[in-house]
Structure formats: structure tokens, C-alpha cells
Write a protein that binds this ligand. Sequence first.
Ligand code: DX5
Ligand code: ZN
Length: 239
Amino acid sequence: MLRMLDITKKPVRPLVAVSILSADFGKMAEDCETVLGMGADLLHLDVMDGHFAPNLTMGVDMIKGVRRHLPEVCLDVHMMVEKPGDYVEAYAKAGANNYSFHWEVTTNAQGSGAPGGDANEMISRIHDLGMTAGMVVNPGTEARVLEPFLDRINVALVMSVWPGFSGQKFMPEVLEKVKWLHEVSGDHVRIEMDGGIGPVTSVDAAAAGCDMMVSASAIFGSDDWAGVIKALHDSPLPR
Ligand code: DX5
Ligand code: ZN
């Protein structure tokens, strides 16, 4: 039986978070079970609202459904929405374990009146509901904006593509942000990258300090899912 993964513990090799955005939505539970059986550590669920990101993907019922079929899996929810504060309770109830929201939508980024609300208030609410909290920066946002929150969050997610779609090309220029986060973050923070991660780009990502890798199309688009998952796991972290 699987034991629930604790992402607050520093892993010895990169964690592989399979993004189900490229799975077959007609046989979602089966695809999830398959990748977990192949050694994937957790599932990454991309929620988009058609406003913050130019796509509509999945909502709370998908998280509920995956949780129902896989009671022990760690579910990492990536909210690419304008108002992440509105859904914390619903996703906690649906079974999410980590709830990550974008810095760009918060009042911390935009000033008062921003739709996303205050980051510290949201982190507190996420924790009170028993989830770990993550904050995300787009390719155009400095990682330093996360500095005030690094004591409180467990995931610092650096986008290596612009939010929206699977299958985009990895942006190597964001690796500098990962290096900086690796230097300044405590062991309780996972440094996650999302977008264009596959067996080649994972080597640079891990070397920069990324210890939680999201991957969708490199896995589901390959005819050797297990081989890709293994390659991501085997990407050496800095010593
Ligand atoms: C992009 C999503 C990603 C996406 C990754 O907006 O946040 O999680 O599914 O897909 P790949 O690995 O194909 O770049
Ligand atoms: Zn994502």
C-alpha cells in the first residue's frame, strides 16, 4: 500500500509530479494508477479558469474523482486562476494535499483590490485546512518576490513555460531563479518546475536545485512512460 508522501521532507532525488493534463481524460483513474505504479511520486492537477491562463482544464470534481479512486496519493493542485482565495475550502474538501497559487494575482503583487487577495491570509487558510501551501511565479516574474513567504510555504514553483498548455518548450532562462531559490530556501521548501520538463531538460533543472518536477507531455506522449519517469528521478541534485 502507498503511504502518503510528505513533501516537507527534503528528498534524496527529484520527486516526479505527473501532470494529468496530458492524460487520457476518458480513462483518468487508469492513467493515474499506471504512472504511480511506475514510480511517480505524486499527481499534479492544473486548474485554469480561462482568465489567468488562456485555457479551461479541470475543476474540483476532477480532484474529488481522482481522490476517490486513489485515497493514498499526494495531490498537488496548481491554481492558474484569478481568484485562488475563493476555492481553498472546496479543494481541501475534495482531497487536495498541496494548494499552489500564483503570486501575480495577489494584492502583494498588484496592490489592494487585486482579485487574488492577500498571500499571507491565503497561506494561513491553506494551512488551517491541513494542506501545504505553494506559491508560483510566471516566467516574467522575479523569484525574489517569494522571499517574504519562504518561511511559511512548502512549494516554490517556477514556471518554465507560460501557463496554459502542455507540450510547450522549456525556457532555460528561468533556471537562474531556481538556483537562487535553492540557495535561500530552507529544507522544508520544495523547488518545483513546471513546463517542458523531460529527460533532457530535467538534468539542468535538477542541477539548479529543482527537487520536484512536473511533467505531462514528455511522459504521456512517449511510448515508455516508465523510462521517462526514471530519467527524471535519476537527474542528479546538487550535492
Ligand atoms: C502548464 C501547466 C503544466 C503542464 C505541463 O500551464 O501548468 O503543468 O501540464 O505540461 P508539459 O510537461 O507538457 O510542459
Ligand atoms: Zn502546472
